[in-house]
Each structure stands twice: as C-alpha cells, then as structure tokens.
Ligand binder design. Sequence first.
Ligand code: PCA
Length: 322
Amino acid sequence: MRLKTVLTAGVAALVATSGAAFAEKWDMPLAYAASNYHSENAAAFAQCVTDSGNDLEVVTHPGGSLFKGGEIKRAVQTGQAPIGERLLSAHANEDPLFGVDSVPFVATSFDASEKLWAAAQDKMKAALDEQNLVYVYAVPWPPQGLYFKKPIESVADMKGIKFRAYNAATSRIAELAGMVPVQIEAAELSQALATGVAESFISSGSTGYDRKVWEHLTHFYDVQAWLPRNTVFVNKDAYNGLNEAAQEAIMDCGDKAAADGLAKAKELTDFYIKGLAEGGMETLPPSDGLKAELQAFGETMAAEWLEAAGDDGKAVMDAFAK
Ligand code: PCA
C-alpha cells in the first residue's frame, strides 16, 4: 500500500473504533452547574452507559441548558427528553411522597438520609411509574443551612426578608418565619441575589459555593435541616424500547452512580463550607434559640407532611423509625 492509502485506512479505522455510530443517542438534561458533583457524577453515569457496548450513547446537558430545572421532569414524562435529573421535592405538589427528603429535622445526617430513602424507595418507584417514569438513581445534597446578609439570632430577625425557595418545603419555612418566598432555580441564584430579588435562602454549602454567594451574603448558619436529593429517571416508553442488556446497563451504572455520588457528597461537605469561609462568609451554628424555633417549624411541617401523604407517608416514616 502507498503511504497515502495507509494513512487513509488508518483514519477510517480510528473513526470506526471511536464510534459516533451509536444506534441511539439520549440527551440528558441536568439543572445544576457542570462543575457540581451531581453533574460530574451524571456525566460519569452517561459515560458508563455509553461504554457498556449497548449501542446507546448518553450525553449530559448541565446548567439547565437543554431544559431548565423546573421543566426537566415534564420533559422526560412526555418524551421530549428520554432521561433527566431533577430535585424531586420540587414536585411534592404532584405527590407528597416526592417531598419525603425535605421534611425539616426528620433525617439530618447522610446515614439517616440513606435510611429514609431506602424506606421510601418502593413507593417512590411506584409513584414515578404512575407518571411514566422509571427510577434509576438518586444522590443527596449536603445538609441544608441558612444564608443571610446579616447576623440572625432568632426568627424575629427574619421578618420581611426575601427568601429564595426551591420547593414547597422551603416556601413553607419562609412563610412560617414571616419571610417572603420567591421560587428560583439554582442556575439563576447569583443573578437573583445580585439584583435583590432574593436576599437569603436555604441550601447546602455546595450550592452556595457553586454560586459564589459570598459576593452578596455574609452569614451561613449550618442548621443541617435535611438532605434533599437529585433523582435520575428515564421515560418509561424509551426504557421499554431498549433491549434487556441496555436496560441492565442503565440500572448497573445507576447503582454505581448512587454509591459514587453519595461518597462525593460526604467528601465535599466540609470543603464547601470552608470555601464559603474563604470567600469571606461567617460560617457558624445557629444559636440555641434559633435552633429551637426552627425545630418547632419542623414539627409543624412533619405533621403537615404526614397529613398530606396519608397511609403511604405513615408507612414510610414507620419503616424509617424502625
Ligand atoms: N442545592 C439545590 C437543592 C438543594 C441544594 O443543596 C438548590 O439550592 O437548588
């Protein structure tokens, strides 16, 4: 063979082995920043499925670039996207069970949060199934703390503050505290703080760190109120359209992503809070008085959740308490 022919053949072989020729490509919308561990973990999950030899390529689209957080679940239900990741608790209005991870002070550590999720697992899968969704995996955020731009000693200091909420539970806290809730996706949080649309919020150190909120805020109270989750699900029709080996690859890669994501969340929790401090924020525990007031909100909200979630909710909480 002449040199040029050899080179051409080489390039052709390279193109063939590097693929591009997948029978199916799945776009996977994510709401959070590409650099966030949830998004990195989802990208690793996508690669795992892609590398499984099942002729299915999964490609993530972080930062709400394909669908914004609030649109992702519906997009997957209706098949506009075959797979996606969403903070399910933001859909507790559809089914209270979706908010099981956001009842204040029920599960406040990684271990408790895993136990609660395990207790809810079967009912969660069934609730998603009813909405044409197949559960794949979920990963917790670090414990939730309160962000403000002044010191807060008690709930009385919160009166009238504009509070960014990300689900019904966070809105309810604002309401109980006499604050003004405003629903905003994490992707728009920096902008909302910069323009004064919001001046406080509750979230993990992770989201405060990602959004560099020290540019606008001064105090982080490490309340450890709950650990909400991002959940990955697949459109049921898309899932049923795959052969068994591909379905298995999705579930196996999902199990791995659940374990890896949990490990990352644990590993990064302190790093994020240190990052807030390095950015110039005061990071501190809530005063005993504030803690007691927040606990009381938690009791109110736990009762409200049980009322809304009925027998299923009670069964989950009973299993969790065992
Ligand atoms: N970050 C997400 C949800 C919980 C969290 O820690 C957010 O603030 O949108």
